[in-house]
Write a protein of this length. Sequence first.
Lengths: 297, 334
Amino acid sequence: MTTVEVSKPAPKPAPKQLQRRRSDRPLLASLALHATLLGATVIALFPVLWILLSSFKPADRIQSSEITLVDDPTLENYRAVLFDTPFPTWFLNSVIVAAFTMVIGIAMSATCGYALSRFNFAGKRGLMWVFLITQMFPVAILIVPIYTIMANLGLIDTKPSLVIAYLTVAVPFCAWMLRGYFDTIPKELDEAAALDGLGPFGTFWRVILPLARPGLAVTAFYTFLTAWGEVAYAIAFMQSRNKLTLGAGLQQFVPQFNPQWHLLTAGSVLILIPAAVVFFFAQKHLVAGLTAGGTKG
Amino acid sequence: MSSEAATDAPAEPPKAAGRLRRSFDRNWYAWAMVLPTVIVLGVLVLFPLVQGVYQSFTNLTEANQDEVICTKTLGGGEECKENPKKAEFVGVDNYVDLLTGERGSFWLQFTNTVVWTVACVFFHYTIGLGLAVMLNRRMRFRSLYRVLLIVPWAVPGFVAAFGWKFLFNPRFGLINEGLVNIGLDPVEWFNHRWTGLFAAICTNVWLGVPFMMVAILGGLQSIPSDLYEAAEMDGATPWQRFRNVTLPGLRPVSSTVILLGTIWTFNMFPIIFFVTGGEPAGQTEILVTGAYRAAFEGVRNYSLAATYGVLILSLLMVFASAYRRTLKAQGEVF
């Protein structure tokens, strides 16, 4: 370990030094570095790959720990999940709930993010505090009152109840994130727009919003994914079998004593694919926005 | 803008009203922009919150939630009379019961939550920092490593929970298989409190490291490289450079992600709920899952769950303000 550390080059050397430095690093240190990263990568990927691998195993052989690549691979599990269970309905339910959460969440919070980024107004600090505190709300404190309110309104077991519950998290989160993105757009643009006679709303709508499209997209995707993966509200609110969303539905494959792993693994892979695709487009900008909002808060 | 407002309304004698007016003239569009969010927060967050706090002072359960009891009369109509056993105000009884262990097992869950949060955030941060420092160097396959290492982040929590439960399965899980292969006894992971928590912590660490890694990587890249050059010029060893340049440079990012990470982990529901499910016999429950079970299992005890909620929120707020104060005392403001 010491050899690695002694030979550690400055993390960001000037480009000219770079060539010298890379060849400078002793072979052993280089090996140790790659070995560590390779190990970490294996750990990061393994559970996902194992589920993928298991999902192709016949149902009666899935409960074996042999690592076999092609031992009778079958698509039967996928067929079963797609045609013998309400999985496609759950999938559709999840898409609808997550999409509505995303669209409403963004629509309700975009102007707020802009105002927080650009104007000083009475109540601004308080609002920022509220956003931070809502991040602290445990599911536990809102779930019961929202449940009783929904029950009184007769909305339990419907999609709107879930969308409303998710918005409690999504709206402050989106406002917080979007503020971070709006902060990265130079203020001079606003001033130029004002000189051209645009009011604050015109500036927001015609100048800032188009420029913030990547940030909007990332925030939207992330909101979508959060709703996609939520389970606590979903299990509590949805009761009929064909109204469940994925999080609650997948649990149906885990009865007390006999988990149906063949359905679970295949279902998991099908849930993972859209999440992963969406995620890889969004991840790069995501952290920038999150920490920008945080450090300047 | 403000002077204009003043000349517009010279006839307004009271100063306060004038100030209000000016403030309105200057701020109305900002307030208008904030309005949708404020309405949503008020209706969807504040109103339930107030109601939740109120519920925690009542004895509301599934059995006594109805205000009135209606019975069908012979004529086909309905006769309603007030529910004699309807929920009523009971003061701090719920809090006393919970904190003294009369009902539920608050302190067991509290200990679990602390162990769970500290362990998870510690490993998230240290592993994330280690990987970020390694990824921040020039080397071959860097971007490939980076993309592959964030894969767990893309996995929804409940899917990760099922995946790891599969790996930890005592009968055919790969982890026990590995233990047997190196000559150890297989472990009944979910038959004991600490092994169960261990499994859950492994799952959550796996899930949460990528976020920390990417966040810290962003922080590392914002540290000016001339600081490193100056340190090197002064003859600082790599360890000294790490201690005196890297770590202080990371402070703004670190303080934010550790605070967020603590809050998120404290309230992390799906992992415990699906990986251990509280096995054995509720011993691995954390506060959030405990509250959930109080609210939605057995006779639904809404008031007890609300009490849990208020206590969790108070704990987190105390933690967050203490955390901020410590940072401020060290000259760090975020």
